[in-house]
Design a protein around this ligand. Structure first.
Ligand SMILES: Nc1ncnc2c1ncn2[C@@H]1O[C@H](COP(=O)(O)OP(=O)(O)OP(=O)(O)O)[C@@H](O)[C@H]1O
Ligand SMILES: [Mg+2]
Length: 493
């Protein structure tokens, strides 16, 4: 399947990367150029710091009536040209007013220079990087050299020398044109290009992987329930793939569940209509007879018919109840509400309920076990149902004078419960089917004997949802033993 999303996605990511690389590149060039200019100026100032002092010591300017004495200016001019033709010299009075200046071809626009940086410069002895006013450009600052004109200890004024002259190329231009900067620029371009290339490769790898993931998701979306993303390791983008795979599994599981519930529902409807038909037609038949022959029936016959009707309705009630219970268990709508309880107490309770039936058949019903008060972790209501069904079977199929024993045994993790009887046993060929629904061993037992064949199917399901199982040992004419295990509570405590 072709996918048009990914190329767009690739280009978006790639252009974002290239864009950010360019921003970083330009920022880098700008910072380098600015720093280089600053560095140039700082060097300029430090190298030329003694100029003002030098001028004073060479020319010894004198101020007469607030003016620099006549030939001092010429001297300065010559001197200055000899030293450095790029500088401008100003003579300041003690308040910073410009008294006179030597500035080639330029107009001086300010009348006064801020003295704070000048004082700072002289205090630092020319070792600091300080910018002061540029009298030709109000509002801008420049590197300078300055020295006080002293007479004894009185400051008569200052010689203020502006170092960075416009006549010279700006440092930035020098930097721009320098061979090294060109080389640096080329190196930067190569670096940017390689970064873009590497980035493109990384983005290509990610988008290809995403593309494959999108294709798989689309396959799933289009109904291919087996579509899963290949995952070789955990972490990063793979976590997304793992999450998708897990989600797909969950969806599939839910669909299977729904399907199995649907099958069960159909089965249930089918079974119910089939199984209810017999007792219903029995009831219908007898009621019809009762109505038609109302006046010709003896009291005895009437009572017999009514008994049959009663038994059939009882059978119907039980069948509906058990079918419903089993369907719920099979549709996994019942989850065991596990709690710790003492298994012997439950067995005692159930035995008491069955005691009357047992004594009527002259059967001894007793519980047995080495340990008392064994705690198990299970759903007490469902386990009661298991025991009831097993004891009910034992009582039903064991002849008079027999024995039924319920034994509790413990091993390291589990508690074993055995229900044994001295009944007729179950033929070997029937054992594999004994837990199937509707399996009734003795075909002579008719429906009106109140058998549904669902008892053991329910037992098996209940133990299944407890993650357990049931085993059966039976010998003909000797008896049958059903054994199942439940988790002991102490292992969970
Ligand atoms: N203790 C037993 N001794 C001999 N046969 C047994 C014993 N328990 C079960 N069976 C055989 O297994 C069959 C299935 O038992 P199950 O409990 O599922 O159904 P049922 O007892 O016939 O009906 P229901 O329990 O719904 O009344 C029985 O019909 C019987 O033939
Ligand atoms: Mg039964």
């Amino acid at each position: 399947m072709k996918n048009r999303i990914t190329p767009v996605f690739f280009w978006k990511l790639f252009l974002t990367l290239v864009g950010s690389l360019f921003i970083v590149g330009f920022a880098y060039v700008f910072i380098t150029a600015t720093l280089a200019e600053e560095y140039f100026q700082e060097r300029n100032q430090i190298l030329n710091a003694p100029i003002a002092e030098h001028i004073i010591s060479e020319v010894k300017p004198t101020i007469v009536n607030g003016q620099l004495s006549g030939n001092a200016l010429d001297d300065i001019m010559h001197h200055m040209m000899a030293i450095n033709p790029s500088i401008e010299v100003y003579i300041l009075d003690p308040a910073g007013n410009i008294l006179n200046y030597v500035v080639p071809y330029k107009k001086v626009k300010m009348e006064k220079v801020d003295l704070a940086p000048v004082r700072e410069f002289t205090t630092a002895g020319g070792k600091a990087y300080i910018k002061g006013d540029d009298p030709r450009k109000p509002g801008e600052s420049t590197v300078f050299s300055a020295a006080p004109i002293l007479e004894g200890s009185t400051t008569l004024g200052y010689v203020y020398v502006v170092l960075a002259s416009e006549e010279y190329e700006s440092a930035a231009a020098i930097v721009r044109n320098s061979y090294i900067m060109k080389l640096g620029g080329q190196a930067m371009l190569i670096t940017l290009f390689s970064a873009a290339l590497l980035g493109a490769a990384g983005i290509w790898l990610i988008t290809t992987r995403l593309n494959r993931m999108i294709n798989t998701v689309k396959r799933f979306q289009n109904g291919d329930m087996t579509a899963r993303i290949d995952v070789k390791s955990e972490g990063g983008i793979n976590d997304l793939a793992i999450a998708f795979n897990e989600m797909a599994d969950t969806i599939l599981g839910n669909i299977e569940n729904l399907k199995s519930m649907e099958t069960l529902r159909r089965e249930l409807v089918g079974n119910v209509s089939h199984d209810l038909r017999t007792p219903l037609s029995v009831i219908h038949g007898y009621i019809e007879t009762l109505t038609i022959k109302k006046d010709h029936l003896s009291e005895e016959e009437r009572e017999k018919y009514l008994d049959i009707i009663l038994a059939s309705t009882e059978k119907l009630r039980k069948l509906v109840h058990e079918l419903f219970e089993l369907s719920k268990l099979e549709a996994k709508q019942v989850s065991p509400k596990k709690e710790p309880f003492i298994i012997q107490e439950l067995i005692q309770d159930i035995c008491q309920k069955f005691q009357i039936m047992a004594s009527e058949k002259n059967i001894s019903l007793k519980s047995d076990g080495k340990e008392n008060n064994v705690l198990v972790l299970a759903d007490i209501g469902l386990i009661e149902r298991v025991l009831q069904n097993l004891i009910d079977n034992a009582l039903k199929y064991t002849p008079e004078g027999g024995q039924i024993t319920i034994a509790v045994d413990t091993d390291e993790d589990n508690v074993e419960i055995k229900v044994s009887d001295t009944g007729p046993g179950i033929p070997e060929d029937q054992i594999p089917f004994i837990f199937d629904r509707y399996h009734i061993g003795d075909k002579r037992i008719t429906l009106d004997q109140n058998n549904t064949g669902l008892g053991l199917a329910i037992v098996k399901k209940i133990l299944e949802i407890h993650n357990s199982s049931i085993e059966l040992r039976s010998r003909l004419r000797e008896g049958t033993t059903f054994t199942f295990r439940l988790p002991g509570y102490h292992t969970y405590a």
